[in-house]
Write a protein that binds this ligand. Structure first.
Ligand SMILES: Nc1ncnc2c1ncn2[C@@H]1O[C@H](COP(=O)(O)OP(=O)(O)OP(=O)(O)O)[C@@H](O)[C@H]1O
Length: 230
């Protein structure tokens, strides 16, 4: 998907949380958004998904102005969002979580559903367990698979590595890298090594504004660390 944000402003009451944020992701690439706590990263993702309306600015999906679209319409247009904290249905089984998403998007029983599940072998093993019985890392894998079942063309991830054991972080990183080329990824991430291994481009937010952006190969680890070190 061709994805672009133009001059996005967002306020909570009188406090301005996003300031003229602009960015663009080339089809099939991963952009990582870095920034300290409270920089506005989650707010930015919510504006992209349509969960909150920006005060001004535009969100463009394949060149179309989607700023006023509902989250549902964005989802049908190919945007999938994995929020921080994952928000899977913990009362439902792993299979039911996947199948509900697939039914809602017309992919139930299709190769697309099977392919999304196959990316995380643990999900088949745990198919009949309730979502709430999974470890945090397994829940994150379920949340990503559930997003992928919808066949997105833009995948939005809010801190997918947060609080997750290293071997699962590695598995998630491998999956994201394998998806590049087929879909675009907007990744908010505090874990710098993961972002460096995964992203093609970076945007750094500070107090709601983009203070730095560029191709991954042009940004050293030391340079990036300066912006996110507390
Ligand atoms: N619903 C809300 N009402 C008022 N202020 C909010 C609300 N949500 C977030 N904020 C404030 O907006 C600012 C940006 O928050 P946001 O969650 O987007 O930052 P973030 O970069 O994602 O931070 P974190 O890494 O801690 O999640 C913060 O100062 C936060 O306190």
């Amino acid at each position: 998907m061709q994805f672009r944000i133009e001059a996005l402003d967002q306020h909570y009451g009188s406090s301005q949380v996003l300031r003229h944020v602009g960015l663009e992701i080339a089809p099939g690439e991963c952009m990582a958004v870095l920034g300290r706590n409270g920089a506005g990263k989650t707010t930015l993702l919510k504006c992209v998904m349509g969960l909150i309306a920006p005060t001004s600015g535009r969100v463009l999906l394949d060149g179309e102005d989607a700023t006023a679209w509902s989250p549902n319409r964005r989802s049908r247009a190919g945007v999938a969002y994995v929020p921080q904290g994952r928000e899977i249905f913990s009362e439902l089984t792993v299979g039911e979580n996947i199948e509900a998403a697939a039914r809602a998007h017309g992919t139930y029983g299709t190769p697309a559903m099977e392919a999304a599940v196959a990316l995380f072998p643990v999900l088949r093993e745990m198919w009949k367990r309730s979502g709430g019985a999974l470890s945090g890392g397994q829940q994150q894998q379920l949340a990503i698979a559930r997003a992928l079942v919808t066949r997105p063309r833009l995948l939005i991830l809010d801190e997918p590595t947060e609080g997750i054991q290293p071997n699962i972080v590695a598995a998630i990183g491998e999956v994201l890298r394998s998806l590049k080329g087929r879909l675009s990824i907007l990744l908010v991430e505090q874990y710098l090594d993961f972002a460096i291994e995964t992203a093609d481009a970076f945007v750094i937010l500070s107090r709601g504004a983009v203070v730095e952006s560029g191709r991954a190969e042009a940004m050293s680890r030391d340079h990036l660390t300066r912006f996110i070190a507390v």
